[in-house]
Design a protein around this ligand. Structure first.
Ligand SMILES: Nc1nc2c(c(=O)[nH]1)N=C([C@H](O)[C@H](O)COP(=O)(O)OP(=O)(O)OP(=O)(O)O)CN2
Ligand code: ZN
Length: 148
């Protein structure tokens, strides 16, 4: 069985070497779709009976690990010295420095890796993260899938 939870956040970014408008500082209303697989919990009387994982718990963990970290932050590539130097002139600015340019593909991959260790199989129902889909716009998205 698979379940999917969607969360949204706002963030700024730029793709420094992009040959079009994406090289300019701009932002997106990103959406994150988190897909987990597992058996349905059958333990009689527990709150999660009949579920793979409580959607509210999926949300709580995603908020803690990714959404609250990236929301209203500027996502900047470590190699983008011009923007990084500029952001460092603003004390307390919410900046998230990434080892790779902040494309939809990379953000999906980073979110997957952060979330993969955060979702725990506490009921022995083989819970695991299967996919993170990251929407940069309603029309553009990237999927990072579990490979092993
Ligand atoms: N494969 C990728 N291509 C592009 C990415 C990306 O992350 N992966 N990112 C961008 C830019 O960040 C840009 O903001 C998106 O630009 P664009 O394609 O022009 O999207 P629109 O603003 O036109 O989106 P609509 O939904 O069509 O309004 C570029 N390419
Ligand atoms: Zn963009």
């Amino acid at each position: 069985m698979q379940i999917t939870r969607r969360l949204e956040f706002d963030a700024g970014h730029r793709i420094p070497n992009h040959n079009s408008q994406c090289r300019h500082l701009h932002g997106h209303r990103y959406a994150l779709e988190i897909t987990l697989s597992g058996d349905i919990i059958t333990t009689e009387g527990v709150s999660e009976q009949g579920m793979v994982m409580d959607f509210s718990e999926v949300k709580r963990i995603a908020n803690e690990v990714v959404v609250e970290v990236w929301d209203h932050a500027f996502l900047v590539y470590r190699g983008d010295r011009a923007v990084l130097d500029f952001l460092e002139t603003m004390p307390g600015h919410k900046t998230v420095v990434l080892d790779v340019p902040p494309t939809a593909e990379h953000l999906a991959m980073i979110a997957f890796n952060l979330l993969n260790s955060a979702y725990r199989d506490t009921y022995g129902n083989h819970l695991r993260l299967e996919r993170v889909r990251l929407y940069e716009t309603p029309n553009n998205w990237a999927d990072h899938l579990r490979t092993e």
